[in-house]
Design a protein around this ligand. Structure first.
Ligand code: OOG
Ligand code: MG
Length: 260
C-alpha cells in the first residue's frame, strides 16, 4: 500500500513540477477516505512548516453538477493557506504555477467566531459575520482531473487559488438559496445556478464542515474563510481572458490571468 508519507511526497513533486500523475487508487484500490485525509494532513503540516499560514477551509463537491462531472458523489474538505489567496497583486501568475487550472464560482463565508462545535442549519448563520462571491482556481495533480474519492482528498481537494469579492453582512445579502449565479468567460455565459445548488442551501456547507472538524478534533479560528463549494461546473482557465463570477446580492469577482 502507498504510505501517506510517500503519497504526500509524490503529490508535492507533481505540484512543483506541474506534471500530473496517475491516481493512487489505480494501483491501490483498497485506499480509502481516511487514507486521503492522512495524506492531506501531511501536506498541510509540510506547508505550514515551510511558512505558509492557514487561512481557512474549502468544501468541494457540494453541488450535483460537480459531483456528476467529477464522478465523486459526496462532499470533501480541504484547507486554504495564504499562499493560495489571490488578489494580492499577483493573480495573473496563476497559470505559471498550475498544470491544468480551472475556475469555478463559489460563495465564501467569514467566521464570526471560532468554529469548534457542530452547527445546525439554524445556528450556521450566526457563525458567520460576512459573506461574498469568490472564484476558486482548482488544479488537479491527476491527469485530466481523473480521480476517485481518496485521491482527490489526498490532493487537498484540487485547491490551487481563490479570490474573494467584497465582504457583505449576511443579512444584507438576501436569501442565498434563491440568489442567481453566473459564471462567464470573456463576457459569454458559461454556467448558471442558484445558491440552492450547494446542498440545498449554502449554509449547509458550514454545517458539513463543522461536523468534519468535530469528528477530527480540529477547529478553525474567528476570521477564517470558508469556501462553500462550486455552484456550477468549472471552466478551463485561459490567459488574458476575463473569468467572472457574479452572485445576486453578493456582487462579482473577476480573474484575468496573464500568459505564463
Ligand atoms: C475537486 C474539488 C471540487 C468544488 O468546489 O466542488 C471543488 C475537483 O473538482 O477537482 O473544489
Ligand atoms: Mg471549489
Amino acid at each position: 500500500m502507498t504510505t501517506p508519507a510517500s503519497a504526500a511526497r509524490s503529490l508535492r513533486e507533481a505540484r512543483l513540477a506541474r506534471i500530473p500523475r496517475r491516481p493512487f487508487t489505480d494501483t491501490d484500490p483498497a485506499l480509502d477516505e481516511a487514507w486521503g485525509y492522512r495524506v492531506q494532513d501531511l501536506d498541510r503540516a509540510g506547508r505550514l512548516a515551510a511558512g505558509e499560514r492557514l487561512v481557512g477551509a474549502k468544501l468541494g463537491l457540494t453541488s450535483r453538477a460537480k459531483q456528476r462531472t467529477m464522478g465523486v458523489a459526496q462532499p470533501i474538505v480541504g484547507f486554504l493557506t495564504d499562499a493560495m489567496q489571490l488578489g494580492t497583486g499577483d493573480d495573473e501568475r496563476v497559470l505559471g504555477r498550475t498544470a491544468q487550472p480551472r475556475v469555478e464560482p463559489e460563495i465564501a463565508f467569514r467566521l464570526a467566531r471560532e468554529l469548534d462545535r457542530p452547527l445546525t442549519p439554524w445556528t450556521a448563520e450566526q457563525a458567520v459575520d460576512a459573506v461574498t462571491v469568490a472564484v476558486e482556481v482548482i488544479d488537479s495533480r491527476y491527469a485530466a482531473f481523473g480521480f476517485r474519492l481518496p485521491d482527490v482528498v489526498a490532493d487537498n481537494t484540487s485547491a490551487a487559488g481563490f479570490l474573494v469579492g467584497r465582504w457583505t453582512h449576511p443579512r444584507r445579502a438576501g436569501d442565498l438559496a434563491t440568489a442567481g449565479c453566473v459564471l462567464s468567460v470573456d463576457g459569454a455565459v458559461a454556467h448558471t445556478a442558484t445558491g440552492a445548488a450547494v446542498l440545498g442551501h449554502p449554509l449547509r456547507a458550514l454545517v458539513h464542515l463543522s461536523e468534519h472538524l468535530v469528528r477530527r478534533g480540529e477547529r478553525l479560528p474567528a476570521g477564517a474563510v470558508v469556501l462553500a463549494g462550486a455552484l456550477t461546473d468549472a471552466v478551463p482557465v485561459r490567459p488574458g481572458v476575463v473569468h467572472r463570477a457574479e452572485i445576486r446580492g453578493l456582487g462579482a469577482v473577476e480573474l484575468v490571468p496573464a500568459d505564463r
